[in-house]
Each structure stands twice: as structure tokens, then as C-alpha cells.
Write a protein that binds this ligand. Sequence first.
Ligand SMILES: NC(=O)c1ccc[n+]([C@@H]2O[C@H](COP(=O)([O-])OP(=O)(O)OC[C@H]3O[C@@H](n4cnc5c(N)ncnc54)[C@H](OP(=O)(O)O)[C@@H]3O)[C@@H](O)[C@H]2O)c1
Length: 302
Amino acid sequence: MTSETITAAASGNWKLGDLTVNRIGFGAMRLPQTGKALVPDAVPRDRDQAISVLRRAVELGVNHIDTAAFYFSALRSANELINRALAPYPDDLVITTKVGEPRDPSGAWLPHARPDQLRGLVEENLRQLGRDHLDVVNLRIVGADSIAERFGALAELREAGLIRHLGISNVLPHHLAEAQAIAPVVCVQNMYGLGLRPDQDAFVRTCGEQGVAFVPFYAIAATGRQAGASDSDHPEILAVARAHEASPAQVRIAWTLHRGPHVLAIPGTGDPDHLVANVAAGALRLSEDEVALLDSLHRRNP
Ligand SMILES: NC(=O)c1ccc[n+]([C@@H]2O[C@H](COP(=O)([O-])OP(=O)(O)OC[C@H]3O[C@@H](n4cnc5c(N)ncnc54)[C@H](OP(=O)(O)O)[C@@H]3O)[C@@H](O)[C@H]2O)c1
């Protein structure tokens, strides 16, 4: 299933607030480097290759790109690449970014930003992307502490017109209610996928019931996390892939989309062929039996 004629529109769409996006989007974390992401010694990716992947994504109908100012290697920044490849931006393109724990210029992680430091992180994204406002900003947290003060600071930036819509990332269910008491939440971005964090299933459903998009990360990479996808996969996934002449990565994307109409995919890749395959996965319709087989694998949490 690598047809170049399948566009992201085949996956259906969803509204992030007033912004309509195709359910197959793109995650920009893989673009600044080859190999493992978010490490200080990451190997910078060829700039032209990264730019061509971004332009091809938009040609294929992708209109939801996930990024962050802390996605960078020594010589490349995801935001700079997006700006270089896509500005002036198409009217329908929604760029989602995230703020929370920044990285220093050497790539080392810094402590989570205090509420009064979040404006600076938002402005850093505005500068790098060359925009006057950000479409969607996720507050990305670590831990179970209250997010009220930090989310409140972002809500003020939303009121001031710097941000159109807010989301939250790496959160527990109680954070959603806490944030919603302060300002509308359009998306939750958490680690989730086939066999990855089945304990999140109820939270995924809760988001759907409340009209909040659930945007999983590592849906392909799974337990490989920032190191990336593995070459091998489970027999159940391989069997379903064979039946559709698809790849295991495509089955993983399709399964996440089958979790509900509010689930949006943001597969990350620096490989043009993988990009085409990931977009085509939005047209992959699994049978009830296949979903049941994959669900049982998921619940076993292999
Ligand atoms: N909020 C957070 O805390 C957080 C954390 C991590 C990520 N994210 C966001 O989520 C996005 C998705 O995560 P991700 O990019 O790490 O992981 P992913 O989409 O789950 O998987 C990416 C990995 O899978 C490989 N891959 C992609 N398409 C493939 C295909 N069709 N066939 C085989 N291999 C394929 C990629 O390598 P190739 O480059 O070789 O294709 C890479 O190793 C990120 O880009 C980022 O925007 C958010």
C-alpha cells in the first residue's frame, strides 16, 4: 500500500477548535537528525532531504504538522526547516507546537519552564516559524503535579492572541479536567499505540466523549521511542499487514485511527517513501476480525 495517489484526506478529518485537519498528519521530530532524536550528539540530517519531505507531505494533503522548538540537532531545527520549506504557509496548514521542558543550546534538557517563562518559549516558536500567532500549543509536562499555574499562563497568552488553541501533553486524566476549568482544551498528546500504554485506553475514550482530539506519539516507534522503529514486529501485525499488502507501520497507524474519529496520527519520518506509506495508511480499513486480533495483542501489552 504505497500508492502516491492516496492523500491525507482519505483518513477523514477532525476539528481542532475551529481548525479542520486531516486525521493523518506529520510529526517533525525526526527531521533535524538521522537516528536517535533528542540527544546532544545527534547526526544532522541533510537539509534538502528534510525540506523535500515537508513539501511532499503538504502535497499529499497533510495539513497538521507537530513540532517543537526543542526538536533540533547541532545544525538543524525542526521549526527552521518547516519555515524554510513551507512559508508562506498554506491557509489550511495547522502547526502544533509544544512548550514545557526546553533544551539548552548544547541539547541538554533544562528544568520545566516556570509559568512566567512560558511566554519566552512561545515567542521562540513564533520567531522560528515566522508567525504572529501559533495555531495550537501543547503544554508538555512531566509528572503528576498540578498544571493549573502553567496552563493558566498559556491561557493568558491565548487571550492575548499569541495562541489560537491549547492542548496538553504527557498528561494524566486529572490534568484534562484541571486544564478545562481554565480554558478550552482541543487536544491531548500522549504516548500511545498498538501494544503501547494500553492503560491509556479509557483516557482515549474520555477524550473522544468530550470532543477532545487524542494525538498519540510513538504509534509506530512504540517501545523504540526516540530511537525509532524496530525492523521486526509481532506475528499478528505481520499477518494483518500481509492481508492488505501493507507494512507493519501502516497497520500500526491504521489501528490507532480505528480507536475513534478523534484520534489523529502524527507519524514522523525523514524518509520520502515512508511518508507516502504513512499517508496511504489513512485509507487502510481493518475488518472487525482484524481489529479484534490487534486489540487482543494490544491488551497483552507485549
Ligand atoms: N509530546 C511529546 O512528548 C512527544 C514525544 C515524542 C514525539 N512527539 C511527536 O510525535 C511525532 C511522532 O513520533 P515519532 O516521530 O518519534 O515516532 P513514530 O511516528 O512512532 O515513528 C517514527 C519512527 O518510525 C520510523 N518510520 C516512520 N514511518 C515508517 C514506515 N512507514 N515504515 C517503517 N518505519 C517508519 C521512522 O524512521 P524513518 O525516519 O526511517 O522513517 C522512525 O524511526 C514526533 O515526530 C513528534 O512530533 C511528541
